[in-house]
Ligand binder design. Structure first.
Ligand code: HEM
Length: 415
């Protein structure tokens, strides 16, 4: 980048430890909406795309901006790594369409709608336990518990496996945070794990677990998402590796993201007590508020595509093979799309945020589930709170990929 851009470092996980550097994104959107951003070796750098409209252009035009010819994260994978670690995320149509169809019906609005009562019961159970104490860590007692327990219900895996699944998700997604990951990717030698998702050794444990779940379903079929994967494997639609990677994708995508949405949403409500009061007095507003919580939280900071051919975006010449990184955290605060974007407004409508992606073939497959989980949690939690306040510093995850909170101590008074 040129001189004025010198201090901006979107690639470093350290840039997000204190807070999201929103002023960098404001600057980029205004003056350099598509700009080449250097990276430390062995990476080669990437195009940073920060405006709302440009994110949509990139994600809709999958023929130009491919998910299949490179990874979808900043990490640069060699062909062997790419092939072994490939999940649905790293495919283009028509391969992608075939993979997505395996689960799309079960994760549709109608498919997950039938779990609403179940999800509500899980939420009540978790809240009963957490709210029994006046002071507790909201992340470990509430946000961390809920999504994986919801997922256990939907995948019909035993609730007592939840702690294991949480640990695997944490180790993989927070692989840049030394407080969480046993092996920290940008700080130590992870060459031995180069063929594993997120370069994380715990992936092997998760694969073995997936095999066990498949074998149980082969002996006695169930009616759930893992059953759909098991059938797809038996029919040769998924090979062993694809089965593993699919299972892992669901586990991870459905866990961390919703967790951070819940934590960020609670934090925003504590920081904006008049908004919390409004939702407590008029709980029928919670479905609309859920969209603002999702925009505000933006748990996934970016995704990446790779240019399949030479092209041009906002006058910049992008070469075939270049990495193109779309920053959701910027687009969700783009003033041309969201008036007064840094105001947390639970009544905001329309609210076409890109938290689940800006459209195109990879739009989040779990969006209906995530929306339902977030809505149900706040519907169950807010009526029970007389007051809630922070009792210590909020600690963020060290990551350039997830916008996550790892600790949020609170004191509550219940009704
Ligand atoms: C608030 C919670 C969530 C957020 C913020 C989120 C975000 C995202 C994003 C940004 C993408 C990529 C979009 C793109 O490339 O255009 C994605 C894809 C995906 N998500 Fe989610 N997600 C969430 C919850 C879930 C849940 C609960 C599940 C599943 C149970 C899930 C499963 C998936 C899958 C399978 C994909 C890949 C879709 C594809 O490649 O076609 N997500 N998600």
């Amino acid at each position: 980048m040129g001189d004025t851009l010198g201090e901006i470092d979107l690639a470093s996980p350290d840039s997000y430890v204190e807070r999201v550097p929103f002023e960098w994104f404001d600057h980029l959107r205004r003056d350099h909406p598509v700009v080449w951003h250097p990276e430390p070796p062995p990476n080669r750098g990437f195009w940073a795309v920060t405006r709302y409209d440009d994110l949509t252009t990139v994600h809709m035009d999958w023929r130009t901006y491919s998910s299949e010819i490179g990874a979808v994260s900043l990490e640069e994978l060699d062909p062997e790594q790419l092939e072994i670690r490939r999940s649905m995320l790293e495919t283009d149509p028509p391969r992608h369409t075939r993979l997505r169809q395996i689960c799309s019906k079960r994760l549709s609005a109608r498919g997950v709608g039938q779990y609403e009562d179940w999800i509500r019961d899980v939420a009540r159970g978790v809240l009963d336990r957490a709210l029994a104490d006046r002071e507790f860590d909201f992340v470990s007692q509430v946000s961390r518990e809920l999504p994986i327990r919801f997922l256990c219900s939907i995948l019909t895996v035993p609730q007592h496996d939840a702690p294991r699944l949480i640990r695997w998700g944490d180790q993989m997604i927070a692989n840049q945070d030394p407080d969480i990951a046993a092996v920290v990717v940008d700080r130590e030698d992870t060459e031995a794990y180069r063929l594993l998702p997120f370069r994380s050794p715990v992936a092997v444990e998760a694969f073995e677990y997936a095999d066990g779940q498949r074998d149980m379903r082969l002996a006695e079929p169930t009616d759930d998402v893992i059953q759909a994967l098991t059938v797809a494997q038996s029919e040769g639609i998924l090979n062993d590796r694809e089965f593993h990677n699919y299972f892992l994708l669901l586990m991870i995508a459905g866990n961390e993201t919703t967790r951070h949405t819940i934590s960020q949403g609670m934090l925003a409500l504590m920081e904006n007590p008049e908004q919390m009061k409004l939702l407590q007095e008029e709980p029928e507003r919670i479905p609309v508020a859920t969209e603002e919580i999702l925009r505000w939280a933006t748990p996934v900071l970016h995704f990446r595509r790779t240019a399949a051919r030479d092209t041009e975006l906002r006058g910049m010449e992008i070469k075939a093979g270049d990495k193109v990184v779309t920053w959701y955290i910027s687009a969700n605060f783009d003033e041309t799309q969201f008036p007064d974007p840094y105001r947390f407004d639970v009544t905001r409508q329309p609210n076409e945020h890109v938290t689940f992606g800006p459209g195109g073939p990879h739009f989040c497959l779990g969006s209906h589930l995530a929306r339902l989980e977030t809505k149900v949690l706040f519907q169950e939690l807010l009526p029970r709170l007389r007051s809630i306040e922070l009792t210590g510093p909020v600690q963020r995850i060290r990551s350039n990929f997830v916008n996550g909170i790892k600790q949020m101590p609170v004191k509550v008074v219940t009704r």
